[in-house]
Design a protein around this ligand. Structure first.
Ligand SMILES: [Mn+2]
Length: 439
């Protein structure tokens, strides 16, 4: 289907009401409320952006909990009902959030029943599970070196995250088939893997250019992750890291994780004979990045086009003392004039993807690309970020560009539970409105 049928005049908002990837970590659960908060804001305001026809909640909190029961209950079965602390791969203690704790308290009997019926072959499934959980925990506590830890933690919750991403993929695909423009509003960034898969499923062999506006690079895989958090991996999924050639990193995930990872990375083309990633690194541009880890640095050095926030003279957006943005002042403010105007950043981005033969663009906008002082309501706020007007400018340039058609957009990581005076929700609404008014 020709993309000219996908008009931005015909937007469909797809809401993912969950912190899909790490609902067990502190704060992350708040991402579930992001979509609802945005909707609420508009319903209360004169300009009502969302109506029933063009808005659909595609992943709910209840679904998320159901998937956990279905796929990950063995790990959390005895931990959740008592609200204990769960060990994480980085050896920190993560708190079991109240919402899910309550769910498990209410449903612990049916969870156990479920597990029993699933483990008919085993004589005493609960005993086996107890042992598994005990071994697992002790192993975590024994060591602080990542590659000696239980390998299942290299891709936490990957099984049900795959489920969530499949739902997103199918909804994005259907939306495009119905000649509508999918505008995804999601919790944590892990969902972008599902969106890209849906677009890819729709466009087939055509090339998708991905513009990743974010403080982070999000290009880990189970082979390189320091935390096991899947929200640090959506770019890694799109690139098929660890499946395609090259050194994927120091971790040694076990066979099951490897299989799950391959499934996730193949979501766009399940029955393909040979694995082909959703995109190659030439089809990717980062804007606004200022936080990454080992293996991700290699990817950047390896020629992936990027505009980082920087205080040095190099190919980046230089962090600047902004008169408009009052949060930066005093002795520690080292922002200078930017090397490139934002206009040039946008032009270079689009020209690069055009030159690489991209037929369509998708922009994945993480609200944490904006300075952490302006948007506290996000999972991992980072300072020295974009201003609101700068973010709006960048997105508008991409949105209105006539070089390569934009086929979908995603906005993520709005977390009202850590927000201050609804600052972040308001910024997100302002951004969405500025684009939608600019069809
Ligand atoms: Mn991100």
């Amino acid at each position: 289907m020709s993309v000219k049928h996908i008009s931005k005049k015909n937007i469909k908002f797809l809401g993912v009401s969950s912190g899909a990837c790490a609902p067990f970590s502190r704060g992350k659960i708040g991402a579930e409320k992001g979509f609802k908060a945005i909707k609420e804001h508009y319903n209360k305001n004169v300009s009502r952006l969302f109506d029933k026809k063009n808005t659909q909640e595609i992943v709910s909190q209840k679904q998320l909990a159901d998937y956990i029961v279905e796929h990950e209950a063995d790990f959390f079965r005895d931990v959740a009902p008592r609200g204990m602390l769960v060990p994480s791969a980085s050896n920190e203690r993560l708190y079991f959030p109240n919402t899910l704790k309550k769910y498990f308290e209410k449903n612990s009997k049916s969870i156990i029943r479920n597990l029993k019926s699933k483990s008919k072959k085993k004589k005493d499934p609960l005993k086996a599970l107890d042992k598994f959980i005990k071994d697992h925990r002790e192993a975590v506590q024994k060591t602080d070196k990542i590659h000696e830890k239980p390998t299942t933690l290299f891709a936490r919750n990957i099984k049900y995250l795959t489920k969530v991403c499949e739902i997103i993929r199918d909804n994005v695909h259907v939306t495009l088939t119905n000649k509508k423009f999918p505008f995804v509003i999601a919790g944590d960034h892990s969902t972008a893997a599902g969106t890209i898969a849906g677009i890819k499923k729709f466009i087939g062999d055509k090339k998708l250019g991905v513009i990743w506006v974010d403080a982070h690079v999000d290009a880990h895989s189970p082979y390189s992750t320091p935390s096991g958090n899947m929200h640090g991996m959506p770019v890694g999924v799109a690139l098929g890291l660890g499946i395609t050639e090259g050194d994927p990193g120091p971790n040694q995930p076990d066979a099951e994780v490897v299989k799950d990872w391959r499934n996730l990375c193949s979501m766009h083309a399940i029955n393909a004979e040979k694995f082909k990633p959703m995109i190659t690194k030439e089809q990717l541009v980062f804007i606004g990045i200022r936080s990454w880890e080992g293996q991700e640095e290699k990817l950047l050095q390896d020629g992936v086009k990027h505009f980082k926030m920087t205080r040095e003279k190099e190919d980046g957006i230089e962090a600047r003392k902004g008169e408009k943005y009052q949060h930066f002042n005093g002795e520690n403010d080292r922002r200078h004039l930017r090397n490139h105007t934002l206009q040039a950043v946008c032009e270079k981005t689009i020209q690069h993807l055009k030159k690489e033969g991209c037929d369509y663009l998708y922009v994945s906008f993480d609200i944490d690309s904006i300075d952490g002082n302006i948007v506290p309501g996000t999972g991992t706020p980072v300072s020295y970020g974009l201003g609101v007007d700068e973010a709006k400018f960048i997105l508008k340039q991409i949105w209105t560009n006539t070089e390569v058609p934009l086929i979908s957009m995603e906005i993520v990581e709005i977390n009202p539970s850590t927000d201050v005076d609804k600052k972040t929700v308001k910024v997100a609404c302002e951004i969405i409105k500025s684009l939608v008014d600019n069809k």
